[in-house]
Design a protein around this ligand. Sequence first.
Ligand code: NAP
Length: 436
Amino acid sequence: MNKFKIAIVGAGPAGYFAAQALQNLQTDERKFAIDMFEKLPTPWGLVRSGVAPDHPKIKSVSKVFEKIATTEDFRLFANVELGKDISLSELKKHYDAVVLAIGASKGKKLGIPGENLVGSFSAAEFVPWYNGHPDYAGVQIPLDCETAVVIGAGNVAMDVARMLSLNPIELDPTDTALPALKALHNSQIRQVHLCARRGPEHVAFTSPELRELPKLEHTTVLISPEEIAQAIQRIESLPEVEKEVKNNLDAMRNIANETKPTQDRSLEFHFLLTPKEILGTDRVEEIVFTVNEVHGDTVVQTDQIYTIKCGLVISGIGYETNEFEDVQFEKGRVKNENGHVDDNLYVVGWAKRGPSGVIGTNKSDSTEVMKFLVDGLQAPKESDDFLNLLISTDVNYLTQFDWEKINQSEVSTGEALGKPRVKIVNREEFLNFKNA
Ligand code: NAP
């Protein structure tokens, strides 16, 4: 029987689904010992630090992750960072194959003047802040203004806009990080404008997310019925229209036509606005857009401008993978061919295909790459247990056993407060659970 050692770097959905695929590809002759490395003290990646706290059902996939993690021959080494605590060359030397599942956590830039003003953020900072990511716990989001603008028309921009516009009492029974929840309770923001650069027929939202907006109890959601009617008219002249586009327009038409008592909190959708400049002296004061028009298949800029006075701008316009030495990157992701990078190195998830798809998309994607990886294996390497190397360094790694204690502690603190968990947000605090 051959037992191959596989290292997976990154304990997010793509990493776990890669591990699961390997577990499923085992035969009597071929087994896998999987070591998963994660730079945070906690696993689950975007399920912990990306998924919005008011979407608890999406997080239930963590049960699958825990099943994978507690299967024989799986070890978690959390709080271990590639490029800092361990090197890629060490991993490639020790393991029969290495799988990068490092995601894409760097927010894309708008590239416009004023983007670096105080009060201008990327969703890549705001989302981990409200989700208790320890590296973002100290981010100061100025919520002392009445109006916020969110740029982008994808589900991340929608999460951001919803989190800013809902009444935070709706977040009390969730696992929103406590410092963020407190800040949101004190927030002065009452108007949130979500601005898309193309038309309603071009948005990247998905319809279930749009359909849940009318359920916000304390927020008036505003969409112009005329803009939706114009978009519907435009798509009627197209030879083919995707079902998702029709579903989105249908959901937006329902919101636009809904009559609901006016609340003091609003979330307003704007279309055909390209961000041009953010203005302000010491902080964000206003955003200037170029107004666009749809001409046939294309969106063209006009010489008209539109402005919104605001104190906070958050862009949710996509992500890129953080680059590091030893690997080539292109278009914000690891350069690869069907998941193969070079030698015994593979890549899965957003780092492989870019920031697209829901959590489940990673299952089929990681499975394909792992089949490819397994096909490339020959005889297992004779190498020392990597654990010995970790022990010989001063890396303060946390194991699955430590994580289970952290998890239990967070859940039981949460239970007392009617929440699914209370997240620990301080890195040092996690280390108290090591071998405790
Ligand atoms: P996305 O779906 O690719 O949307 C990005 C949005 O940003 C698009 O509307 C794009 O407009 C816009 N954009 C890009 N560059 C821009 C610029 N320079 N100026 C203005 N707008 C710009 O990305 P995402 O929202 O980050 O989401 C990533 C993935 O995670 C998606 O697959 C999403 O569905 C998924 N996700 C799912 C959920 C959920 O299931 N609830 C929640 C969050 C995220 P154009 O189309 O014009 O380029």
